[in-house]
Write a protein that binds this ligand. Structure first.
Ligand code: C2G
Length: 130
């Protein structure tokens, strides 16, 4: 079975996330998703996600296209995760275009177009302004 690996925070799960997972699954038979930990988010963005890592992992695990979930502890561990999960393809949104090309000796690296006009930060802003 062809194994697809992708990563993300998936905070306040939305349509863009759903479409990313659905299209990622098209690249193989099994979709494995690394959920960024709260600590990883804090170190990247200086704030914690709205939902905790346990909640985010649970929500993503409930998606029909997703076969396995785990915690992504560090951005620098991509190569380890690819090997640990025996991935054939790494799929990322194109906001990460080029950033993980250094993994292409281990597996195929694919960047998918983001869904326009929807984001977690956008949702937070709209809700906050009501
Ligand atoms: N995404 C998308 N369209 C949107 C919003 C997000 O296709 N409108 C995709 C992103 O490109 C990403 C996935 O959905 O592939 C998850 O998005 P985020 O939760 O924002 O992921 P991020 O915080 O960038 O975490 O190792 C990398 C990190 O874990 C990525």
């Amino acid at each position: 079975a062809k194994r697809v690996l992708t990563f993300g925070t998936f905070d306040i799960f939305h349509y863009g996330h759903a479409r990313l997972l659905e299209r990622a699954k098209d690249y193989g038979d099994l979709l494995i998703v690394g959920i960024s930990t709260d600590q990883l988010n804090y170190s990247k963005k200086n704030r914690y996600p709205f939902y905790s890592q346990g909640e985010r992992l649970h929500i993503v695990s409930c998606m029909r296209f997703v076969d396995h979930v785990f915690y992504e502890e560090s951005l620098e561990l991509k190569r380890d995760y690819i090997q640990q999960y025996n991935a054939d393809v790494l799929v990322m949104g194109d906001d990460w275009k080029g950033r993980f090309d250094y993994c292409n000796d281990l597996c195929e690296v694919v960047y998918l177009e983001r869904t326009p006009a929807i984001s977690t930060t956008g949702i937070i802003e709209v809700v906050r302004s009501k």
